[in-house]
Design a protein around this ligand. Structure first.
Ligand code: AMP
Ligand code: MG
Length: 349
């Protein structure tokens, strides 16, 4: 998670820009009942920008809640990091290094995340699968090299991708809930929780936070209630995939989560063609159906998991999944018309 990419940075600063445009008065605006809107930004979790906006009668109360949210995000950031180790923390990097050889005792938070990941893999028939790590590593290495040294940019070798794909069976991630251990029944299996961890952590971070709050962790948006006590909704923008400094839709949101997976968030170029970061397990190539898919539902972990899964599924299958999962979706296809569920249409501003 620490390895930074240029493309990623562009996307992050765009997010800040969009949020500051959308959430009017990001500074301090007096409103009825003398609540004031405060904003706090952090740059140290999940390799992205976290913005917390809330309305309170005193800055002290806001500061305490923002710190609580940030502390929780930091804890999850360290636990779910697959690239770096932290003193005194057994995290997913340690699990990836060891669990192919022995059962690793982990924090219950890791167990809970992995149980959700298994559920989502089953629900989506593997369209989002955190056990794709070995295969995703090849894309990650190729992308990192391609971003850092564009002249050397190349695609991962298809034979290597196919061989790695043999080690992505999530049923081989063995969880012992009682003993709190994780073990891989395949030595070459690796976890990559990038599709779910940020949303999951965001959901955990707002537990016990009530009132008028909007939290964006790299565009993974969760609101705890309306913007004002009178019920004014927050405006959440859906990024225009072609114009990263603007948005193509605005949603009026009073609760729950809005999460987008997009082809513009992380990518690199080979011979003038873009290759993004969401890999279709059917083709082992970047999924080719959409520019972005946005999911709206209560739980941010689920929204994150499903936005990635839906990005990998053709529209008809995606519609079925949205229906089964009970989530609202906005699909921006690579070509053709934008499609949205009724729940999204009703929130359009
Ligand atoms: P998101 O931005 O939430 O859609 O997640 C994308 C990230 O999830 C990527 O950067 C990869 O780390 C990982 N990923 C890519 N494709 C998949 C997939 N099919 N299933 C699970 N994780 C994936
Ligand atoms: Mg996701």
């Amino acid at each position: 998670m620490k390895r930074k990419k240029k493309t990623n940075k562009i996307w992050l600063f765009t997010m800040i820009l969009i949020l500051s445009v959308l959430v009017s008065g990001c500074g301090q605006t007096t409103q009825k009942k003398e609540k004031i809107q405060y904003t706090k930004t952090y740059m140290d979790v999940f390799d992205t920008v976290t913005t917390i906006i809330g309305r309170e009668e005193s800055e002290e109360v806001f500061r305490q809640k923002a710190e609580q949210i940030h502390d929780t995000l930091l804890t999850y950031h360290q636990l779910f990091d697959i690239y770096n180790e932290y003193d005194g923390v057994v995290n997913l990097k340690n699990v990836n290094d060891l669990a192919g050889k022995e059962a690793v005792v982990v924090d219950e938070k890791i167990i809970d995340l992995l149980l959700l990941c298994k559920e989502e893999a089953e629900l989506t028939n593997g369209a989002v699968n955190v056990a794709l790590g070995s295969m995703l590593d090849l894309w990650h290495e190729a992308r990192t090299e391609g971003v850092e040294h564009p002249e050397n940019a190349k695609l991962p070798d298809m034979d290597a991708l196919e061989e790695a794909m043999l080690h992505t069976d999530i049923s081989k991630v063995i969880i012992d809930e009682k003993a709190k251990t994780v073990r891989f029944a395949d030595e070459d299996l690796k976890l990559n929780v990038g599709a779910i961890a940020k949303g999951y952590a965001t959901e955990k971070a707002v537990e016990g936070i009530f009132g008028n709050y909007l939290i964006s962790v790299g565009g993974n948006v969760r609101v705890t209630g309306p913007k004002t006590d009178e019920g004014t909704p927050w405006t959440v923008g859906i990024q225009d995939p072609d114009q990263l400094d603007s948005y193509c839709y605005k949603l009026a949101v009073t609760g729950g989560s809005v999460v987008t997976s997009g082809d513009y968030q992380r990518f690199y170029e080979v011979d003038g063609k873009r290759y993004h970061h969401i890999i279709d397990p059917e083709t082992l190539m970047p999924a080719a159906y959409y520019r972005s898919v946005t999911v709206l539902c209560e739980d941010s972990g689920r929204a994150d998991a499903l936005s990635t899964a839906l990005f990998n599924l053709p529209l008809e299958k995606g519609k079925e999944l949205a229906e089964t999962a009970g989530v609202e979706v906005l699909w921006i296809p690579v070509s053709g018309d934008v499609v949205m569920t009724d729940g999204i249409k009703n929130l359009l501003k």
